[in-house]
Design a protein around this ligand. Structure first.
Ligand code: CP
Ligand code: NVA
Length: 301
């Protein structure tokens, strides 16, 4: 694994990353594997969890992180991704990028001599999905569960499809027409599922929440989708994760959300802060899993 641009890049490493994350979680300051290593973090969009968890991860591992907003870089004035990647390869040991367009991330990685990590694009959010698989394993102690994703089949949903099919977890996506996940990603996930035995179901039928062990949702208006906000709120209205919805799932189902959450839209207050919520552990786990990713990519092996 040279870069982590898509969940497909970690198809052979997913279980070892999760195992390492578990070890690092038990002793957060116990490993200085990235002593004298520097991670640059380029943000083209806002972030709370990704920014903070990557920065803390580097500090806990003995290294340093640089926060770089695109608007402060010459990138914001039109310098090429290609040139930026070539120059940054001479200064730092790795780059994490949150980009608007997935093809910009690919362009950067193509010209980079150092590892590049996808910190979210319009197409994928691999660090989130990896964390979610880890969180499910910690809560359920098995991957023999059904993960049911409700709402917008967006970047988070795409990465979850790839990750769940790689570990043999069943996944149901319940989304209205026009909001279903990316077709190429779905085809790839189905390919993985053939090997692992995962069942993947894409449906618009809300009754399919029955049998869910994990209920997952994300915002209805992702960063970059703001122009369509009004229509999105109308189209996704029925897909809210609320206590009535929860009653249809298995009794011990857990609730997940990558955050940020908009209460009253995709999720209700009583559910996000209810007894079945795993949301806050999930957010914490971003730190542990990203530390494992950083050790794999930037560590001295
Ligand atoms: N879940 C997630 O990536 O959160 P941020 O946008 O705050 O980084
Ligand atoms: N789907 C959301 C995820 C935020 C972490 C977005 O892209 O804005």
């Amino acid at each position: 694994m040279k870069h982590l641009l898509s969940v497909t890049d970690i198809q052979n490493d997913i279980l070892s990353i999760i195992k390492l994350a578990d070890k690092l979680k038990k002793d957060p300051w116990g490993y200085d594997n990235l002593n004298k290593k520097i991670l640059a973090m380029i943000f083209e969009k806002a972030s709370t969890r990704t920014r903070i968890s990557f920065e803390v991860a580097m500090l806990q591992l003995g290294g340093q992180a640089l926060y770089l907003s695109k608007t402060d870089l010459q990138l914001g004035r039109g310098e090429l991704m290609e040139d930026t990647a070539k120059v940054m390869s001479r200064y730092v040991d790795g780059v994490m990028i949150r980009a608007k367009e997935h093809h910009d991330l690919l362009e950067f990685a193509k010209n980079s001599d150092i590892p590049v990590i996808n910190g979210l694009t319009n197409l994928e959010h691999p660090c989130q999905a990896l964390t979610d698989i880890f969180t499910i394993q910690q809560c359920k102690k098995t991957f023999d569960v059904n993960l049911t994703y409700l709402g917008d089949g967006n970047n988070v949903c795409n990465s979850l499809l790839l990750a769940s099919s790689l570990v043999g977890m069943d996944m149901t996506v319940i989304s209205p027409s026009g909001y279903q996940p990316d077709e190429n990603i779905l085809a790839k996930a189905r390919e993985y599922a053939q090997n692992t035995g995962s069942q993947i179901k894409i449906t618009a039928n809300l009754q399919d929440v029955e049998g869910a062990d994990v209920i997952y949702t994300d915002v209805w208006v992702s960063m970059g989708d703001e122009r369509d906000k009004k229509q999105r709120l109308i189209d996704l209205k029925e897909y809210q994760v609320n206590s009535d919805m929860l009653k249809q799932a298995n009794n011990d189902a857990i609730i997940m959300h990558c955050l940020p959450a908009i209460r009253g839209q995709e999720i209700t207050e009583e559910v996000i802060n209810g007894d079945q919520s795993a949301v806050w552990d999930q957010a914490e786990n971003r730190l542990h899993v990203q530390k494992a990713v950083l050790c794999k990519l930037l560590g001295r092996s």
